[in-house]
Design a protein around this ligand. Structure first.
Ligand code: ZN
Length: 573
């Protein structure tokens, strides 16, 4: 939940049914093409043709990520330029975190000749490595499977070996399981595992990055920004990130909002211990941030008005996490691979969250790019014209935020009792509760009824976007539950004439609230059986209407490929 990519963290996009059929390349036996000519890049796995890899690249629609630099002061632009440079270093570190062989493989690929070379290089760059993140990390180059522990552990180390070693060496547990160490083998004793701090393992890279952060701090006329940059530079070299995480929470009144360093552990499929380097260099929109920040003042009331029995409500919890609306200037490392993040919630360090809370950052220009390239064509394909014409960015943007805020409302900590049924239910809860909250906010005059209507309509498009890549993963299942529920109740209807979906919006608001009541009550009771009944009844069957609709979406891109406008802009700075 810390990072939101638009609910396609697990994808079956490589399954043939969901992608356009690609034309095979001309047979090499044709007289115009000498047999000796290389037709595909030799490194490609032989079941993947040049046309296939080109089609995979085409799943990512190029999207320019722009931001408003007209109101930035000269010093702010200089700081941004330094941070972009530091971000490139983050990307280099991340590349070897994914696999230490990545730089060599890429160089090898670049030196080859043959059809599909450019597409293969591009796909390598999108995926940051030779494994397809849209296809369960299957390799598209002849390099073998991806190590579960990525580049964080010795390639030949098993889970079992690490666990046994940990049990035999309890005193080293903290260092071995630290977010910020790479595990290596002792040169003299191969059975001995040695945790090496990032500050040492990536020393040269981090020293250069620290230098750039200090130069940026020197240029900064905002003291809180300079403080973060200096403390993060220190952390790169000391391996202690606490003080700089605190300073990141304290960045105030700054247009420049950088997030840079090791954060998420998704790349470590072995244990989820090791943090990947990344950066989101962004420019904040203070007016939009202030507007959303005001929503914090509504959260207590929203908790009180959740459609569930009062005994499960908690109006006394803290509702203070700041919300920032930003535009991405540059992203790198873990923040740029594969499917693009649209919002995040950091830091992850519980000690910092305890002391300072966490910050929700909404990446507006990334969201806009996905809205235009993905959600809009999906809505136009599956919804009747009258509805599709009302799908607007701002209501959708607020709806995504409401989903995020809704995770923090209602019964908490029920994952232990609802077990494997929890995550789909929690995602469904965030959707339906978020929509319900918008209705409440309309009653309180925060949003107009028209705006809220449009948010509901945009959500209908989202139901198809999220179920498109399968319903086994939490987001897909959560959306299938809603779709089937609304279809059964009749607020969502399939129109045989147009072969698209229409909706009775008044009924939809009501049915959405009823579904919210059921899910929140299941969570309040911690009722594992009842959760199972809801999932069986609504989260299992994909109706033929839905299946047909999804089949029509194969021309819509899976995601966007960021094209950062900053490099053109920098020429004029
Ligand atoms: Zn969610």
């Amino acid at each position: 939940m810390k990072r939101i990519t638009l609910g396609i963290s697990i994808l079956a996009a490589a399954c043939g049914t969901q992608r356009e059929v690609v034309q095979p390349i001309p047979s090499p036996a044709q007289p115009t093409q000498p047999a000796a000519q290389v037709t595909t890049v030799p490194l490609l796995v032989d079941t993947i043709t040049a046309a296939e890899i080109t089609a995979r690249v085409a799943q990512f629609a190029p999207a320019t990520l722009d931001f408003d630099d007209r109101t930035l002061a000269p010093w702010e632009k200089q700081v941004l330029a330094k941070l972009v440079e530091a971000s490139r270093i983050m990307h280099d570190i991340y590349t070897v975190q994914v696999s230490p062989q990545n730089p060599a493989w890429r160089a090898q690929l670049a030196a080859q000749e043959g059809d599909g070379k450019e597409a293969t290089l591009e796909y390598f760059d999108i995926m940051v490595g030779p494994w397809d993140r849209l296809a369960h990390d299957e390799p598209f180059l002849e390099v073998g499977p991806k190590a579960a522990g990525a580049g964080y552990y010795p390639a030949d180390m098993t889970k079992q070996e690490f666990e046994s070693y940990l049990a035999a060496n309890p005193g080293e547990k903290d260092a071995l399981t630290s977010y910020f160490t790479v595990i290596t083998r002792d040169g003299n004793n191969r059975n001995k595992l040695v945790p090496v701090p990032y500050s040492k393992y990536y020393h040269d890279h981090l020293q250069r990055a620290a230098g750039l952060l200090r130069e940026a701090a020197q240029l900064s006329q905002n003291a809180s920004l300079a403080d973060f940059l200096r403390k993060r530079a220190d952390a790169f070299l000391s391996n202690d990130y606490y003080a700089s995480d605190v300073a990141w929470m304290d960045i105030a009144n700054s247009r420049v909002e950088p997030t840079i360093g090791p954060y998420e552990v998704y790349e470590d499929h072995l244990f989820g211990y090791k943090a990947a380097f990344e950066s989101f260099i962004t420019v904040a929109d203070p007016a939009a941030s202030g507007e959303l920040d005001n929503l914090k003042g509504q959260l207590k009331e929203l908790e009180a008005r959740l459609p569930m029995p009062d005994q499960y409500k908690n109006v006394n919890r803290g509702f203070e996490s700041p919300i920032r609306v930003v535009d991405v200037v540059y992203s790198a490392g873990d923040a740029r691979r594969g499917v693009q993040t649209i919002a995040f919630n950091l830091p992850n360090d519980e000690r910092v969250i305890e002391a300072k809370g966490s910050k929700k950052v909404m990446l507006r220009n990334v969201m806009r790019a996905k809205f235009e390239k993905i959600l809009t064509p999906i809505s136009q394909t599956v919804l009747v014209n009258e509805l599709a014409a009302q799908v607007d960015f701002q209501p959708w943007f607020i709806n995504v935020l409401m989903h995020e805020l809704a995770h923090g409302l209602g019964p908490q900590g029920v994952n232990k009792t609802l077990k494997e049924r929890h995550s789909a239910l929690e995602e469904a809860k965030a959707d339906v509760t978020g929509l319900h909250n918008l209705t409440v906010l309309a009653e309180r005059g925060v949003y107009t009824p028209d705006f809220v209507r449009k948010a509901y309509i945009a959500h209908l498009g989202d139901l198809f976007r999220a179920t498109r890549f399968g319903t086994s993963e939490a987001h897909g299942k959560a959306n299938l539950i809603q779709f089937n529920y609304f279809m059964e109740k009749g607020s969502l209807k399939f129109d045989n004439t147009t072969q698209r979906f229409s909706a009775d919006l008044d009924a939809l608001v009501r049915h959405n609230r009823e579904l919210a009541t059921e899910i929140l009550t299941i969570q309040g009771l911690g009722d594992y059986e009842r959760a199972g009944r809801l999932i069986t009844q609504y989260g299992t069957d994909v109706r033929p209407e839905m299946r047909n609709a999804i089949a029509q979406l194969n021309r819509v891109p899976v995601d966007v490929k960021p094209v950062h406008a900053v490099f053109d802009k920098m020429k004029t700075w």
